[in-house]
Each structure stands twice: as structure tokens, then as C-alpha cells.
Design a protein around this ligand. Structure first.
Ligand SMILES: NC(=O)c1ccc[n+]([C@@H]2O[C@H](COP(=O)([O-])OP(=O)(O)OC[C@H]3O[C@@H](n4cnc5c(N)ncnc54)[C@H](O)[C@@H]3O)[C@@H](O)[C@H]2O)c1
Length: 447
């Protein structure tokens, strides 16, 4: 099977590389000529661990074009991974996917033989079986089901771990127009992931609801952990890490994503949770759990700002970590960016650092923050340091790096540092750990 991949962005480019690595001939398509050129020159168009290596190693099977006729006519299956941005109402917009259906359909109208179209982009329930299917049928003049298959196959992958996530998914979700289309896609996954791939097949609307339900359930666990953390900030003797670890031992609950720290961000979790609430609203109901999850998440930056205010009413704050998670430059819905903006607004001087995200951060924060080229430079000028994103290099901070009595406090959101090592140098404050918060307050009062 020859495969065309439409959209060579954060997910599309890794999909091209992984399919080629598994022996498929792949043609990429993108409206962005720079991305097409990069793929043709075997250069990764986005930063993602392992992507460049795969593109180089399997270059013989990879090409890219802006010529739809060539891409669709020369392949048997087309996967679509273009943006579905959130609208002002919180639902996903289908404009890009619909435009792609027009382009694919126009070529399919002149092509004979079976073709499978797979939509990977996240869509609102009712979209793939509704307007997306209609546009494909209109443009191609064909009916979905006979010589044209349509599948919805959303991704649950985390940026920074896309290649690994594609090769080792928890499960594969397939919404299918008919058995033939689903069989073909399942067969592909059994080759790419292995014969034991965990595949869930269903109709379009169930698959669309499953996709946003998975992410909403995961964010609900994160917000539950952070809600517990808020209680443990104040409850004498309480430590949220101890409580969360114990709760997670219950097999009905599990440890994964029950990690109290800061709010979630990124291109999927926040918007999928909001879209889940929007779906309920459109149906005349209420998704209270999703709404509460989002509400708790939105106040985590305020929780951090208030913690900082209790440590120092002004001065310099270093925000370490601006990407929404380690190993990616992506700053969408990043807690670090939101914190830096809130601190500037509150009158603090802000210095920021990130190993990968300083470029994108600069375009958002502008002159409201100073950009440090190294961790030492950032912490050397700060009264309070906040480790927002758990990059490995922040775990390497040692007391020897602290000079001139600065910083006085490090808020270690992910508990990467050993407080005992810093005794006599600087106070480590742990979110959700009342003892360290109270000790810091005592020091502030004594000073
Ligand atoms: N990034 C994630 O972590 C993630 C995870 C799961 C699901 N998703 C979903 O995947 C989809 C794509 O996400 P992404 O992060 O890869 O987006 P992206 O913005 O990184 O990449 C999209 C690419 O599509 C191209 N494109 C846009 N319109 C096009 C068209 N008409 N024809 C051809 N190419 C076109 C763009 O130029 C861009 O290169 C979205 O629906 C998103 O919700 C993303």
C-alpha cells in the first residue's frame, strides 16, 4: 500500500517518517512550501526527538509535493492531519479538513479503483459522518462505502514523544464507514505497531466522542490531583505527594496522571476538555466534571502567583520552563508563559529560561520578560525561582550555582530537587507540602 499524508506538521511529519520506517512508500502534502522542501531534502520540518534520524535513514521511501493529483493518484490511502482550531465557542472548526476533502475529491473523481481516506485531526462528534463525508462525496462524485473508504483515526500522542507514541500506542481508535475500510486500517496498524495492537473499532460518532472523552478523563485526574494539592498547601502536616501516591495504588484509580504539580497545557488537553463541555451544551445537557476540571486548571497560575506573593511582594522572579512539557518547543496554553505574564502584570521583574522554547516565547512575551541563555544566568539574578516545566537540566541545579544569597526561594513544582542539599543556601518550597510552605512563611516573617 502506498500512502499520502496531508499536513506535515507536528504529527504529520512524524507519521510520514514512521510509515516509511515500516516499509511504506509515503508522499507528503502540505500547503506550506517550506515544509514540502524540507521533507524533500530530508530535513525535519518540526522539532521532535528521533524524527530527523528516521527521515534520513528512510529517505528513499519519502517524498513530498504540492501537486494533489500526483499525491492522490499515486497512492492507495490518504491520511489527513491538518489543524482543526478551536472556535470561540470551544468547538473544533472543520474548515481545513473540508478544504482538503475538496482537493482529494477532485483527484478521486478522475481516479479509478478503491481509495481509503483517513481523518486523524480531532473533530467534533458528527463531523466525519456529516459534513466531512458529504464534502468528500460531493467533490469526488463517489459514494463512501463502495469504492471509497472513510475512517476517523484520532491521535492521543504527546508532543516530545510522538515517534515512540506512534510505535507503542496504548490503543488505536478507529471510526469506520464500513468493514472494508476498518479492516484495511487495522491491517496497516498490525504491521506498524505489531500483531498485538489493541484496536477499538466503532462508528464515527462513537470514535469522535471517545477521543475527547479520553483526554477529558485524563485532565480530570490531573485537576483532581491539583485540587488535593490546594488543600495540602494549607492543611497542617499534609503532603499531597504522599496522599496521591497512596490513592494511585488503588487499582480502580491508578498512578498515571495523578501527579499533583501545576496545571496542564498544550495543544490537546485544554481544548479537548472544553470541547467535551461544548458537546454536552449543544445537546442541551451539562458536562459538570469537564467544566470543573477546566476551572481548577485555570486557577493554578493564580495559585503560583499567590505563593510567590507570600514569599516576596516584589523583586525578580525566574520562571524556568516555558514549553508546556519537556522535549518540545511548543508553548500553546503553557503554564510558564501564563505565569510570566501574570507576574509582569503584578509588577514583578521576570526572567525566563527554557532549553527549546525561548524563540516562540519571545514572540509572545516580548519585552515583558528578560530571556536568559542559561539556567545559571536566570537564577543568579532572581529572588524567587519557579521550576514550571520539569526539564532534566533543572534537576541538575546545585547549591554551588547559588551566588550572592540569590535566590532565597525555589518553588520546585515537580519536586526535582533534594531540599536537604539546599539547607543553609536557599529554601525549597514544594507545592502541596504544607511544611515547606509554612517554613518559607516563617523565614519571610523572621526577615
Ligand atoms: N499536536 C498534538 O499534540 C496533537 C495530538 C493529538 C491530535 N492532534 C490533532 O492533530 C491535528 C493536527 O495537529 P498538528 O499539531 O500536527 O498541527 P500543525 O499545525 O503542527 O500541522 C498542520 C499542518 O497542516 C498543514 N495544512 C493546513 N492546511 C492544509 C491543507 N489544506 N492542505 C495541506 N496541508 C495543510 C499546515 O501547513 C501544517 O503544516 C489537529 O486536529 C490536532 O488537534 C494534535
Amino acid at each position: 500500500m502506498r500512502i499520502s499524508v496531508v499536513g506535515l506538521g507536528k504529527l504529520g511529519a512524524p507519521i510520514v517518517a514512521v510509515l516509511a520506517a515500516k516499509g511504506y512508500d509515503v508522499v507528503g502534502v502540505d500547503t506550506n512550501p517550506a515544509f514540502v522542501d524540507k521533507i524533500n531534502n530530508h530535513i525535519a520540518p518540526v522539532e521532535e526527538p528521533g524524527l530527523q534520524e528516521l527521515l534520513t535513514e528512510h529517505r528513499a521511501r519519502i517524498s513530498a509535493t504540492q501537486d494533489w493529483a500526483k499525491a492522490i493518484a499515486e497512492t492507495d490511502m490518504t491520511t489527513v492531519i491538518v489543524p482543526t482550531p478551536s472556535g470561540s465557542d470551544g468547538g473544533f472548526r472543520n474548515d481545513y479538513v473540508l478544504a482538503v476533502m475538496d482537493d482529494i475529491g477532485r483527484v478521486l473523481a478522475r481516479k479509478s479503483g478503491y481509495h481509503l481516506v483517513v481523518v486523524h485531526s480531532t473533530t467534533m462528534p458528527g463531523s466525519v459522518g456529516g459534513p466531512i463525508r458529504e464534502r468528500l462525496e460531493q467533490a469526488s462524485g463517489r459514494k463512501v462505502g463502495r469504492d471509497l473508504g472513510l475512517c476517523y483515526n484520532p491521535e492521543f500522542i504527546a508532543l516530545g514523544d510522538v515517534i515512540n507514541g506512534l510505535l507503542h500506542p496504548d490503543f488505536i481508535l478507529i471510526g469506520e464507514s464500513d468493514k472494508k475500510a476498518g479492516d484495511l486500517l487495522e491491517g496497516l496498524y498490525r504491521k506498524v505497531v505489531g500483531p498485538h495492537a489493541n484496536v477499538a473499532r466503532m462508528n464515527f460518532v462513537n470514535a469522535e466522542l471517545t477521543k475527547i472523552s479520553v483526554n477529558t478523563y485524563v485532565t480530570m485526574k490531573i485537576s483532581f490531583a491539583n485540587m488535593l494539592g490546594e488543600m495540602c498547601d494549607r492543611l497542617e502536616g499534609a503532603d499531597v505527594a504522599v496522599v496521591a501516591d497512596a490513592i494511585g495504588r488503588d487499582s480502580r484509580i491508578g498512578q498515571k496522571y495523578l501527579k499533583p504539580a501545576i496545571g496542564y497545557g498544550g495543544p490537546c488537553f485544554p481544548r479537548d476538555t472544553i470541547a467535551f463541555g461544548r458537546v454536552a451544551h449543544l445537546l442541551g445537557g451539562k458536562a459538570d466534571l469537564a467544566l470543573a476540571t477546566d476551572l481548577i486548571n485555570r486557577r493554578q497560575v493564580q495559585r503560583l502567583t499567590e505563593t510567590i506573593r507570600d514569599l516576596t511582594p516584589g523583586g525578580v522572579v525566574a520562571v524556568l520552563g516555558l514549553s508546556y512539557k519537556p522535549h518540545t518547543p511548543v508553548i500553546e496554553e503553557s503554564q510558564g508563559i501564563m505565569l510570566a505574564a501574570a507576574l509582569h502584570e503584578a509588577g514583578y521583574a521576570v526572567v525566563v529560561h527554557d532549553p527549546m522554547a525561548l524563540g516562540p516565547a519571545r514572540s509572545v512575551l516580548g519585552t515583558t520578560a528578560k530571556f536568559a541563555a542559561s539556567v545559571r544566568e536566570a537564577i543568579g539574578q532572581a529572588d524567587v525561582v519557579v521550576i514550571v516545566t520539569p526539564w532534566e537540566e533543572y534537576a541538575a541545579i546545585t547549591p554551588e550555582w547559588l551566588t550572592g544569597g540569590r535566590p532565597r526561594f525555589i518553588i520546585d513544582c515537580w519536586r526535582q530537587l533534594n531540599p536537604a542539599l539546599f539547607q543553609g543556601h536557599c529554601q525549597i518550597v514544594r507545592l502541596g507540602h504544607q511544611e515547606t510552605i509554612a517554613a518559607a512563611a516563617k523565614r519571610v516573617a523572621a526577615e
